[in-house]
Design a protein around this ligand. Sequence first.
Ligand code: ADP
Ligand code: MG
Ligand code: MG
Length: 881
Amino acid sequence: RKYVYFFGKGEAEGNGQMRELLGGKGANLAEMTSIGLPVPPGFTITTEVCTEFYRNDRNYPDGLRDEVARNLARVEELMGKKFGDADNPLLVSVRSGARASMPGMMDTVLNLGLNDETVQGVIARSGDERFAWDSYRRFIQMYSNVVLGLDADILEHLLEQMKERRGVTQDTELTADDLKELVDQFKLRVREELGHDFPLDPQQQLWGAIGAVFGSWMNPRAITYRRLHNIPAEWGTAVNVQAMVFGNMGDDCATGVAFTRDPSTGEKVFYGEFLVNAQGEDVVAGIRTPQPINSSGADSDLPSMEEVMPECYAQLVEIKNILEKHYRDMQDIEFTIEKGKLYMLQTRNGKRTARAAVKIAVDMVEEGLISEKEAVMRIEPAQLDQLLHPTLDPKAPREVIAKGLPASPGAACGEVVFTADEAEELGKKGHKVILVRIETSPEDIHGMHAAQGILTARGGMTSHAAVVARGMGKCCVSGCGDIKVDYRQECFVTRDGVTIRKGDLITLDGSTGEVMKGRVPTVEPELTGDFSKLMEWVDRFRRLRVRTNADTPHDSKVARAFGAEGIGLCRTEHMFFEGERIMAVREMILAADLEGRKRALEKILPMQKGDFIGIFREMKGLPVTIRLLDPPLHEFLPQADREIEQLAEEMKVRPDVLRTKVDSLHEFNPMLGHRGCRLAITYPEIYDMQVRAIMEAACELIKNEGFEIVPEIMIPLVGEAKELAILRQSAIRVADEVIAEYGVEVEYLIGTMIELPRAALTADVIAEHADFFSFGTNDLTQTTYGLSRDDAGKFLPFYVEKEIYPNDPFVALDQEGVGQLVKMGCEKGRATRPGIKLGICGEHGGEPSSVIFCHRIGLDYVSCSPFRVPIARLAAAQAAL
Ligand code: ADP
Ligand code: MG
Ligand code: MG
């Protein structure tokens, strides 16, 4: 087995396709090398070694050490230097790189190979003492933290003290002697803290670093990230060992990161930041304020790379163009300039906001780089959510108290918190919070997840906070130098002296970088031309139809604007709670006999009819499925004594009579109780009224306004075909009565929900009485798992965390179990009624993996909440491609 892949000088053993084996970084270093870009030579230790390492109790496979030694020798040869040599030492970086990019999750060690002897060699060869000592002190700092596990603050603090003593603020202002002194201090401190010396043997350093990279695969941060992004632990990480190039050798040196297009807006402008005389993560860590790459459009007063290093800039532009053409996607690149010579250190498909994703995909089709199909495949369906949500109302007054960088767009409002743990805690309680940090680090991921938005005082557009927030689609304002964060006092103070304390409300605008006091109102999103163009392609490729769940004319209208092709679920009970209707509903429930119930229902009829007319109007020309009353009746009555007394007075009944009624309706498991079609079997007049309201609404619009409507009447919670047979009969009787009264021709369908396992199991018999099935996967999930959604909160999160369930089955359809029932229901239904219309109306209808499943098993449509309609459309297209 080959464990190590070499790259250098125009040739590489690996290539860009080998992400699984070489990790993303290693595969792309190989690819960039072979297309002739300037990449320092090195080699990649494969992800298989990581897997073996953990399989064998943290031991390396046989032969690995020899292979590493052979490849190191090849690097030495190309560089004309020797690892550990006192005269002419080779220094390397040891870099992790998993299959999927995990920003900042794994740590890199730079300048490895330095010790008291080799540092002299570096001085002699470079003639630059300051640079040599700067590299050495950086190496000890990084290695002590990443490999030896020393708290980073400890050595950082010594560095800060040194700067204070010298009266300087920037690292670059320290002299060679200062840095040399720091190296001694660092070594002493390491011994004090860890009880052993800092390792000076380069081989020991190398294997220590390699071990640390593999070890970091199982650190809690990495595990959390994998869990949040569904990355399996078996994938493992690769390790890249690469010859160092130096951005910290003076003012003709630099390091930077860039995106080939703007990752926020998607605009085709080269976009990035760099720092002169700096190394590695300095740009991302926000140590100094980075300078822009590009003069145009940059939000900075500092001189750009274009101005400061025009030749390197021109070369970088050329490379950026090569990379985009080669990868046919927007790239996120890392580079270093050593003595005016440019080196590429990384490229990968850049993370981007939804807005940018759509713009880039559409632009690239127009540029002829990708096909329409590829464009459709490029967009993560769940990401579209970002585009569909409100932004700040531009006309609303806003009290701007500070301004930072517009790091990740969108608007967010919430209570200020200062730690990730607090954000998570309050988030769990349903609070909306804004996480405010001086800067974020991978330890804060869980808090960033829980927060509505993120505000940092330091760090640029490519800082940790910015990159992670964009990936999460979360609003972020970074590098807000206008605020001073005081963790101890739990507050921040703006330049103008405004103090914001923990718990105060602020609003962020991630598109302008503004920070506002209090809550600023928001407006609905406007979907751009690019979005509609993309959605046109989407609609061309998909087979599965997308309807919406909507109970009101307003929701119907919103959904239609998002492309809904009808209503898959209109829940009539929501209408029962509106205004005075609830009184009529209660009167019906309390009525002593059929006559009383009918009288109450007569009052509800015109109101329901009015609702249906409104909905039919909004959905003109599209199918509408209306579900008849579903919840148990006690939901319409108050439960508390005081409320019961109050209601009794209003309704002029005796409180004890009302109490008795409430008690008699009480159920131990209402979810499995007297609800759905069971209500109609015992009180047929309820559905009769609803069917009448639906049919009268349809007839009126057909007769008076020439509409074409085919109402779809849906009967919930059927578990036995006879239930449906009976209710279908009475629905037909009422519908035909109404049709006769109006004297118009109306078609209508009567179908059922399949939401009990028994219904799926006997779907063939049920289909004899149903024109359509709609799988109610919320209830079907509850009844298949035998768990109540309302009570699952106590254990479900635990099940998901421990991976006992792969996902929350109420979010992503359980394809293995519940999905099998859905599939069986389809097959059995079609067996007896070949043309039967099949759809799904649970929450799952808007969840991408579930939509793909629905496409696969041949459903006709999914139905989801209005805001999820575009997501479902896109997922349906991707399923078809
Ligand atoms: P991450 O995965 O966190 O981006 P990297 O392995 O890319 O970590 O390393 C971070 C930074 O370290 C790089 O962007 C680059 O600036 C610097 N770096 C890594 N390897 C080298 C090298 N061989 N020479 C110079 N700088 C390097
Ligand atoms: Mg990197
Ligand atoms: Mg249901």
